[in-house]
Design a protein around this ligand. Sequence first.
Ligand SMILES: Nc1ncnc2c1ncn2[C@@H]1O[C@H](COP(=O)(O)OP(=O)(O)OP(=O)(O)O)[C@@H](O)[C@H]1O
Ligand SMILES: [Mg+2]
Length: 243
Amino acid sequence: MPLVDLKDVVKRYGTNTVLNGVSLSVEKGEIIAIIGRSGSGKSTMLRCVNGLEPIQGGTVAFDGTIVNDPGTDLRKLRQHVGIVFQSFNLFPHLSVEKNITLAPKVVKGMAPAEARRLAETVLRKVGLAEKIDAWPDQLSGGQQQRVAIARSLAMSPQLMLFDEITSALDPELVGEVLKTLEEMAREGMTMMLVTHEIGFARKVADRVVFMHHGKIWEEGPAAATLGAPRTPELETFLSAVLH
Ligand SMILES: Nc1ncnc2c1ncn2[C@@H]1O[C@H](COP(=O)(O)OP(=O)(O)OP(=O)(O)O)[C@@H](O)[C@H]1O
Ligand SMILES: [Mg+2]
C-alpha cells in the first residue's frame, strides 16, 4: 500500500479549477520533487495531503486513511505528517526549545526533561544543538528553517511536506537547508517537496512531478524527467528556471 495515494483529485476555488484530476502514489521512503510554474497547483496539492484543503472530487489517502472523509480525525493524521512552509514557521515568542517541545508536550503528554532531550536530539540532526536556548529572531533565516524542520521531526512523522522552504532565503543560506533535507533523505524519510532548486531535485529526488494548469503534466525518475523532458511545457519551464 502506498503511503500517499491521490486519486483523481479535483479542487476548485469558486469556478477556478485548481487541481483537475490529480493522481499520484508515493511509496514509503520515496522523495518526490514537485515543480511547475506559479499558480500551477503545487502548494494546493501538498496541502490536500494533510487535509488543509477540502476537495470537490476524488480521494486523498494517507497510510490507508481517507483524508477527505468527514469522519477522519485530521488532528491525529497531522501528527504523522510534518509540513514546513516558505516562511513564518516558528512561534516568535517561544525559545527554540519551546518551539520544538510544544507539540510533544501538549499532544503526547511528554514530560519536560524528556522533551528537552528530544529537542537536543532533533537539533543535533539539523546541526543546531547549540541553539536550543536561542530565540527565533536571534537566528538566520536558514537556521530558523532548520529549527522548523527539527520541530517537525520531534513528532516522528511518517511523511514530510516541504513547500518552497528555501525560496525566502538569501542564496548563501539555501545550501545549509538543502543539506539538512539530504540528510533526512539518507535516513529514509518520505518527502514531498515543492522546489525551484532543480539541481537539488535531480540529485536527491527519486521522482519529479511537473504540474501544469492543475494537472500532473509529466512525472518520472528525476534524471530522465529533468534531463529529457517529453513535453514542450516542461522544456519551456526548465529553460526558464535554469537560465
Ligand atoms: N485560498 C485561495 N482562494 C482562492 N484561490 C486560491 C487560493 N489558494 C490558491 N488559489 C489559486 O489556486 C491556484 C493554484 O495555487 P497554488 O498556490 O497551489 O499554486 P502554486 O503552484 O503553489 O504557485 P506558487 O509557485 O506561486 O506558489 C492559483 O490560481 C491560486 O490563485
Ligand atoms: Mg506555492
